[in-house]
Design a protein around this ligand. Sequence first.
Ligand code: ZN
Length: 70
Amino acid sequence: MAKTLCDWSKKDISDEFDRLCRITTSPEFVCRKCARCACAARHLCKPKRLENRQATAAATPSLLTPAASW
Ligand SMILES: [Zn+2]
């Protein structure tokens, strides 16, 4: 049931291909042991968050916007 992608057999992959696609379409984590990727850490045995995903744009603070326009 709650096995990680790392534990999936070839049979699991073909039986649950739709689910596999949902898990891997927009990966946020990568497994440091098995090189798999997934949208959530629970799908991997040694999850590591992917860091290079547009983090800088989201980190720009709105406080830098000048307040003189009102
Ligand atoms: Zn793994």
